[in-house]
Design a protein. Sequence first.
Length: 564
Amino acid sequence: MTARTKTLRFKRLISHGFFAPELPPCFISDDLARYRESLWSAVESVPRLQNARYSGVKQFVSEPAWFYFPRYGRDDRKHAVINPISYLAISKVLADNFVALRSASRKSKFSASPLVFDWVGSRAVFRPSIDLRDDFRVNLATRHERYVAADIRAFFHSIYTHSIPWAIYGKSWAKQNRQITHYGNLLDMFCRNAQDGQTIGLPVGPDTSRLIAEVIASALDEKLSKIVQIGDLDASRYIDDYTIAVASGMSGDGVIAAVRQAAASFELELNNDKSSVELTSRRPSTGWKQAALAHIPRSDRTTNSFLRFFYEVGRVCNEHPELNVEKFAFQNARSAFVHAEEWGALQSHLINAYRRNSTLVSLLVEVLVLREIEHQDVDRAKLAGFLERRLPELAQENRTGEITWLLFLVVRLEIELSASQIAPLFQLENSMVALMLTFASSRGAISGTVDHGTWQQHLSAEGLKGPMWLYAYESIRNGTNPSTDRSFIEHEPFFSALLNRNIKFFDPERGFASIGSELRLRRAENTRARILRQDFLDDFDIDLLEFDEEEADQGTDMDFDDEY
């Protein structure tokens, strides 16, 4: 049993909630978590600087490092890595007030994504599967003829930071009590400071944003319940995705209007394109997972078995084009891929699959790294040719999330690329891309000259507060930057505290140690997902508050994927 103290919640939010899960495992925040208390004391003791209104961390204004990660059938989503000084401030307030925030969020009668703190998994805040939404919709068919499906337009990106205290205290009270002595107002300030003073949006990626968003959504649920009468078993919300039964005598359009009104009270908008009235008699998309998994090669791992698997997965993809069947099936076949008897053709098939479905990029990299660890037969020459053609195209489209994963592959497998072939990457002002290219160049993985000019202009005190903060700090700290001048970090009152403790954010050897360790991790995650799902199915409410211990896994290495 884990001691549930504020300082340990603070540590967990930093160590397992800082970097977005869409990034490769080489980005780490262990040191930041380890030295959290001394770092907090250091940044809080910074005196009021020129023209600053406050002293300490309250005067620190920054911008996140941004990247775009692919989504199935939709535009890439903008993700962020918050400046570590700003993240310390936000996570400190959340950790100190977590119990009160969770109590506020529990006022919702129909959240299928409540705040469940996870002490043992890969993230600090456990995210339930979207399967819970589908389970609820199937159950509605036993009691109702129709339901409303609705969600909030660009939910995280459109959250109004001033609505944070509205959700915690109530809108009327919050507007009359704006002092930062109230933690909700302080949280509002730190969220604005973390995005250059902007009041619109929460950065997608860190667990702090997920926690805050759930508190706001729960307050929206409470408002909705006051506008329209909804039975406890007649509505459910998965993050910002609503399913609401249309009871006899009610209008579906009226329910949608009620959701729109509740959202507007928090300065949010309903997504009209994804809001509709549906019949419960509509055939649910159940069983496709089992169909996709049925032909995973388990004992017979020859080329013919994999060709049959690809064919069957393709058939299910054609039957359900709206679902990311391929990603789900391939994730659950990772062990079969890694231990395939005939690798050469399979490597080409996986690359081709990624070309048509960019959401497979992380799975492709994982399998290639693990295959090389287990069998040392990955064809680096073919990979180099693929990467030298693929990376420039991705650079032209600013698809930085994919680029980051592919550069992680370059670093881990020590694939040599020509600087002239990947030159468009040198113009991208992206912290993760610049950091990994600089590291690869320092290890001789890039032949020719890497042009650092675009990135070096950010080696300044202001650069440490901007979107290139990760490159400006980490490439200097780890000695891979062509410049050896550390003075701009040493003289910056906030980041000097990080450098003094040699806080690192990048370790290229981290992650994907073996297929066995990866499967154990995923089985543990899936066990917790099953526990939460069973809790939900009992009464379509989740009572679980924390995950304290790992449970033994008795199933397959099935992934619960929320992107299908």
